[in-house]
Structure formats: structure tokens, C-alpha cells
Design a protein around this ligand. Structure first.
Ligand SMILES: *Cc1c(COP(=O)(O)O)cnc(C)c1O
Length: 403
């Protein structure tokens, strides 16, 4: 064994962060309590003097949440060797609460934020409409092209953050994390990656130079559609303590212990699920790519995808999110009305297949001209390929696309 053995993903997903209470319960209990009591004033004093790090109240901390945070931090930091002990995570009540905290933890009034054109609808609204009201301005760079990024960083020396999604929701465009981090870091700017579509099982942005990773744990990490949640993960534990911890307590956007417990259980099978998701995703993408009714299939695993080479470099597999363009709203509606196995609804990353129309649902808040600039056409359909037998998924799409 080497002195710094790289832990394996499957074992880490199952064992990291787990703890046993004094009863010896095999699965850590749900600490469904708002507050924690002290034995006496000596115990209070030990806590006040920093001699013990007792739990006090569930908003600042709860064991069920700490277990989930430790597991996510261990997975995102798995490839960082000695640096992985510095990786810390905080869990939030939604992906948006996590993204809000990460951006507020990096940018202050007077700062600028650079991001790609296409973003998850609510992240887009946060950056375009909410943060601007607090004095944090932004500009968009299609696909964060490095030369254009360099120019924008020079134009906006007050830039504090480069924020990206890769693969992007919903268009599946890919951004080179390492290249972006190199350009941003040369200007002293931090890089945040929304890793929701990939998960740490198939992409670990910290290994490619990103400073902060955000997640909607609602999606693959929980995986079973039972919870809304989010996470902020960073390699700088000091920043987590100084900037994110106060936002956990101050904004108070924390999930219930039960939600954390459910998410932790879901996360244990993430490596297994992502392997099958990625197999099914590839098979469905290849099927759609050949189908005459499909105008374009956007999936980074297809050799014709413009981001394929970058994706192959920074991802270990290509996941199960696919965007397909059917050319018109009518053609998209035809498919969405006919599918039976695939359920028409937002969200993604569940064990079952979900399908939706971004222009009408997830990205309806993005103004039409911005949607067009982002490639979110009226014919675009987003598919989250589930873990059903892949021939059943394809048969459902086949009957949906026919007629
Ligand atoms: C769903 C999603 C979010 C928001 O997460 P919530 O848990 O719904 O708040 C952010 N980013 C991406 C890429 C998402 O898919």
C-alpha cells in the first residue's frame, strides 16, 4: 500500500461520515430534534470556552446533517491526496440556498460576477434579478470562451467569481473547468462549479482547479425524488468557516434532519446508480441521434457533441441527461403528450425517467430573447434517463416519437 492510498468511490460513498450512537444502532438514527441539552453549567462553560464542540441547536448544526456533509466532502475531495482533508461541505435546504450562499460568500456589493449564457432557470434569476439588487453585477460569456473570459476579466477588474454549470442545464453544453480556472486564477478570481448533472462520481471539479462546488442534492445525490436539498463544498476550510458557516446560521436555509438522513441513504448507492445511468444515457442518446424525427441530440458522450473532447477529459462517464431538439413546439408536445413510462415533470436524477419542456417549465422565467441566446428553443426537450431497463425506455420514446 502507498502511504497515501486513494480511497475508492463506492467504499467512500457507503462509509464516509457514518457514525454509531451509544446504542450501537447499525444505521445512524435521525436526530429529529431542534435543540440539544447540556448536563450542567460546567458543560456549558466547556462549550463556551471552545473546549468541547457540542451540538447546541439544529440550525447551526445537527449530527444527521454533519454525516451527509462529511460524505459529500469526502467524495468531492477523493482525488486530492493530502489536500482532501481540507475539503469541507455545508448542507442547505435546497440547491438554490446553496448557490445563494456560495455566491454571497464570495462576492460583496461592488463586485462583479462572470458566468456562461445558459444557466439553470432559478440560478439565472438569482444572478440576473436578485444579486444585482445587492450591488453584485454580472456579465455573460457564451460557454465561457477563454479568450472572451480574459477580455471580460480585464474589463471588469472587480470580478470576484466565475460561475459555471457543466454540463449545463438544459442544453448540455460543456465548459473546460481546468482552462477556466487557469484564466480566472491568474486574475485572483474564484471559480464555482455547479456539479449537479455530473455528481462527484463522474466529475470532481476541485481536482480540475475549481475552488467551490455547489449541488442540488435534490437530484442524483438523493436519487429517489424524496427531498429538496443542496450543498456547498470547498477546498478552503477556512473560507467555509469564515464565510459559509455564518450564512448557514444567518440565512438559516437548513434542511430537516430527516431530509439529511434520506439524502445520506440515497448517496450510498450513487456510484452504482451513476454507472447504470451513464450506460442507459449513452444507449438512449445513440438511439435518439439516429432517429429521423430528432433534429439534434445534445449529449456529451456523442463524438459529434462540440464539448465531447473536454467532457472525455474531465468526466469519468457522461451521465444520463440528454437534450433533444424536435424542431418545433408542436413536435415537442407530440412526444411529451405520448410518453408513458417517462413522466412529464421537472427535476431530474431520479431512479425513474423524467421528461420536460424547458421553455415552458424549468426555464420559463428566463426572458424569451435570453432563452434564444442560450439555445433553449421551443422544440427543446430535456430527458433525465432513469434506471429502468434501457429497452423499455427506448420503446417508450419510439412510440412517443412515432405517428
Ligand atoms: C435543480 C437544480 C438547481 C436548483 O436546485 P434546487 O434543489 O431545486 O433548489 C441548481 N442547479 C441545477 C443544475 C439544477 O438542476
Amino acid at each position: 500500500m502507498s502511504s497515501d492510498p486513494r480511497p475508492t468511490l463506492a467504499t467512500t460513498a457507503i462509509h464516509a461520515g457514518e457514525f454509531h450512537d451509544p446504542t450501537g444502532a447499525h444505521i445512524a438514527p435521525i436526530y429529529q430534534t431542534s435543540t440539544f441539552t447540556f448536563e450542567d453549567m460546567d458543560a456549558v462553560e466547556a462549550f463556551t470556552n471552545g473546549e468541547s464542540d457540542a451540538y447546541v441547536y439544529t440550525r447551526p448544526g445537527n449530527p444527521s446533517r454533519a454525516a451527509l456533509a462529511a460524505k459529500i466532502a469526502a467524495l468531492e475531495g477523493i482525488g486530492l491526496g493530502g489536500g482532501r482533508d481540507q475539503v469541507k461541505a455545508e448542507i442547505f435546504g435546497s440547491g438554490m440556498a446553496a448557490i445563494s450562499a456560495a455566491l454571497m460568500g464570495l462576492a460583496r456589493a461592488g463586485d462583479h460576477l462572470l458566468t456562461q449564457q445558459v444557466l439553470y432557470g432559478s440560478a439565472d434569476a438569482l444572478i440576473s434579478n436578485v444579486l444585482t439588487g445587492y450591488g453584485i453585477t454580472n456579465s455573460r460569456i457564451p460557454a465561457l470562451d477563454p479568450a472572451a473570459l480574459e477580455r471580460e476579466l480585464e474589463t471588469h477588474p472587480n470580478t470576484a467569481v466565475v460561475y459555471m454549470e457543466t454540463p449545463a442545464n438544459p442544453t448540455m453544453s460543456i465548459i473546460d473547468i481546468a482552462r477556466t480556472a487557469e484564466v480566472a486564477h491568474a486574475h485572483g478570481v474564484k471559480v464555482v462549479v455547479d456539479n449537479t448533472f455530473a455528481t462527484p462520481v463522474i466529475q470532481r471539479p476541485l481536482e480540475h482547479g475549481a475552488d467551490v462546488v455547489v449541488h442540488s442534492t435534490t437530484k442524483y445525490i438523493n436519487g429517489h425524488g424524496t427531498v429538496v436539498g443542496g450543498a456547498v463544498v470547498a477546498r478552503d476550510s477556512e473560507w467555509m468557516t469564515e464565510r459559509i458557516k455564518p450564512l448557514v446560521g444567518g440565512l438559516g436555509g437548513v434542511p430537516s434532519p430527516f431530509d439529511c438522513w434520506l439524502t445520506n441513504i440515497g448517496l450510498k448507492t450513487l456510484p452504482l446508480r451513476m454507472a447504470r445511468h451513464s450506460e442507459n444515457g449513452m444507449a438512449v442518446a445513440e438511439y435518439l441521434d439516429r432517429h429521423p424525427a430528432v433534429v439534434a441530440t445534445h449529449y456529451p458522450g456523442l463524438p459529434g457533441h462540440p464539448g465531447h473532447e473536454v467532457a472525455a477529459r474531465q468526466m469519468d462517464a457522461f451521465g444520463a441527461m440528454i437534450a433533444l431538439d424536435l424542431g418545433s413546439y408542436e413536435a415537442a408536445t407530440h412526444l411529451l403528450d405520448r410518453v408513458k413510462l417517462a413522466k412529464l415533470g421537472v427535476s431530474l436524477g431520479n431512479v425513474d425517467t423524467l421528461i420536460q419542456h424547458p421553455a415552458s417549465l424549468t426555464h420559463r422565467l428566463v426572458p424569451p430573447d435570453e432563452r434564444a441566446a442560450s439555445g433553449i428553443t421551443d422544440g427543446l426537450v430535456r430527458l433525465s434517463v432513469g434506471l429502468e431497463d434501457v429497452e423499455d425506455i427506448i420503446a417508450d420514446l419510439e412510440q412517443g416519437l412515432s405517428g
